[in-house]
Design a binder for this molecule. Structure first.
Ligand code: ADP
Ligand code: MG
Length: 253
């Protein structure tokens, strides 16, 4: 099959001042792929994810979402997106979930979830509320709809953040260490939701340290090391016979 990838990164480069963080990263995620992105702290995982939705602007290379290349234009201080409307359109197709939840603290769970559908996507309020309630039920926090984030556990907050991302009807979901800030006993409830999204066939790129998830749920593993893709492949192959000594060392911890 030669379908257009949901996400394609080609020779992606990004520096912060003198620090070269991404040194030419290429990666493809096709529709329905669940890609786990592994790597030590500082290897460039978050930067790569942020470049996909232009929260960070690449210095070189290309990001294409469903075949559409995000236009970049040089300025005196580096690159910037050429077309804000293109970035907005592309962002509405990408849901992002952060380590630190990033819910709006002054809004209830339901208000968090319906905010973008109503104010960005201009969908009718009644429709947005009905869909939000269905999504909250799916992630198991329907009973928390009128609570404020501060009154939820970390696991519930992260599930609310996932619900908020899903409410945009994204084509691709990006997760940046979604369970790293959670107490160990709350990790499972978030991973279960993510697994159910994977089983629905959602396209997901997941930066994670959860090896069980990488092994059992994802169909592709990418190991980033010092800003380059050091190893990648199907989990069954890459976990058992990677030729990368660095990846084997990483796995050995
Ligand atoms: P990872 O997510 O793999 O831990 P990051 O992509 O967050 O790695 O960071 C890679 C490197 O880039 C780190 O050395 C980090 O300090 C640096 N970095 C990330 N974001 C910025 C920024 N906005 N400004 C300066 N340095 C940054
Ligand atoms: Mg990170």
């Amino acid at each position: 099959m030669t379908a257009v990838p949901a996400v394609r990164l080609t020779d992606l480069r990004k520096s912060f001042g003198p620090l070269e963080v991404l040194k030419g990263v290429s990666l493809e995620a096709h529709e329905g792929d669940v890609v786990s992105i592994l790597g030590s702290s500082g290897s460039g995982k978050s930067t790569m994810l942020r470049c996909i939705n232009m929260l960070a602007t690449p210095d070189g290379g290309e990001v294409a979402i469903r075949g559409e290349v995000i236009g970049l234009t040089p300025t005196r201080h580096g690159m910037r997106p050429a077309d804000r409307l293109q970035v907005d359109r592309m962002r509405s197709q990408i849901g992002m979930v952060f380590q630190s939840f990033n819910l709006w603290s002054h809004m209830t769970v339901l208000e968090n979830v319906i905010e973008a559908p109503i104010h960005v996507q201009k969908r009718p309020r009644a429709e947005a509320v009905a869909e939000a309630e269905a999504i909250l039920a799916k992630v198991g926090i329907a009973d928390k709809r009128n609570h404020y984030p501060a009154h939820l556990s970390g696991g519930q907050q992260q599930r609310a953040a996932i619900a908020r991302a899903l409410a945009q009807r994204p084509k691709v979901m990006l997760f940046d260490e979604p369970t790293s800030a959670l107490d160990p006993e709350l990790v499972g409830e978030v991973l279960r939701v993510m697994r159910s999204l994977a089983e629905e066939g959602r396209t997901m790129l997941v930066v994670t340290h959860e090896m069980g998830f990488a092994r059992d749920v994802s169909n592709k593993v990418v190991f980033l090391h010092k800003g380059v893709v050091e190893a990648q492949g199907a989990p069954g192959e890459v976990f058992t016979n990677s030729t990368s000594e660095r990846f084997r060392q990483f796995l050995a911890g």
